[in-house]
Design a protein around this ligand. Structure first.
Ligand code: PLP
Length: 284
């Protein structure tokens, strides 16, 4: 695999980052994951815009422009012959040459790393036909979940808790209300109305969420942006999650109990089709 590190394209075995990089020592960095379908980038402008916002919130500046970023994404997709898969991008505060809590002053050049992952048939994931199972866990993450940082330890722990319980993922709950999945935004559908938590600092502002809600509104579907509980989800007609890599994925079980009739719902299935169709058309 050819990867990109700080302006260079290299075989992955030759790509290195300093042990003093603040991404490594302090999880001081941000990332984006952009899906590739048919060799093209899905929702790239949205991911690039969120990256800029995450960086700004942490007083970092991108070492590359959005145009350069697009060119690097495309180059990696081409060099690695990716038809379906994703491009991972990470920017960390860089290597100050030593360990210190304070940011380096003056700032050092941020470290930028990109690599591809090939996932043949990504859009035909069989899980979309059966739906996934989730378990609820407490949300004990920090308070700025709107910044897409590389601090992913608790979401990893959540995934492991789900696995142990025989489920596929976890929905995190704070003060009695679902925040989001470990790596996706959460939704329920009741009487045709789509309900998903409102944006704030307590969830990631999903790029797929924004696109799916736009397509739902265009299709005259009713949308309510508010928090919901696990009990409400269990009484809903359907549930689903969205993310750049799962697109729209039905949820058929929560904490061992069926949602609706225990099969992928009509709304989730339709939104998945619309999202895949429309985002492929707009792919870069
Ligand atoms: N919420 C969390 C915590 C995530 O990690 C992700 C994606 O990684 C999402 C939501 C979905 O965001 P997007 O649709 O931009 O992939």
């Amino acid at each position: 695999r050819i990867v990109h590190v700080n302006g260079q394209y290299l075989p992955e075995a030759e790509a290195t980052v300093s042990i003093f990089d603040r991404g490594f020592l302090m999880a001081d960095g941000v990332y984006e994951v952009t899906s590739v379908l048919g060799g093209k980038l899905i929702d790239f402008p949205g991911h690039a815009a969120r990256l800029e916002r995450s960086l700004a919130e942490l007083d970092m500046t991108s070492p590359v422009t959005t145009d350069e970023l697009l060119a690097i994404h495309r180059e990696l997709v081409a060099r690695n012959s990716i038809t379906d898969g994703m491009v991972y991008l990470q920017i960390t505060r860089g290597n100050p040459g030593d360990r210190d809590f304070a940011y380096p002053d003056p700032p050092v050049t941020p470290t930028i790393v990109l690599f591809t992952q090939s996932k043949p048939g990504l859009a035909d994931n069989p899980a979309a036909k059966t739906g996934i199972k989730v378990v609820s866990i407490e949300d004990i993450r920090w308070g700025r979940r709107d910044i897409k940082t590389v601090q992913l330890l608790y979401p990893s722990i959540g995934k492991m808790m789900a696995k142990k319980a025989g489920a596929d993922d976890a929905w995190m709950v704070e003060d009695g209300f679902v925040t989001e999945g470990t790596s996706n935004n959460a939704y329920i559908v009741k009487n045709g109305r789509i309900i998903t938590r409102q944006l704030g600092t307590d969830i990631l502002h999903g790029i797929t969420r924004a696109a799916v809600l736009r397509f739902a509104a265009e299709a005259q579907m009713e949308i309510e942006e508010r928090a919901f509980t696990i009990d409400e989800a269990l009484a809903a007609d359907e549930a689903f999650v969205t993310s750049a890599s799962a697109f729209v994925m039905p949820v058929v079980q929560i904490d061992g109990a069926a949602v609706g009739d225990g099969r992928p719902g009509r709304v989730a299935t339709r939104l998945r089709e619309i999202y895949l169709d429309e985002s492929r058309k707009a792919a870069l």
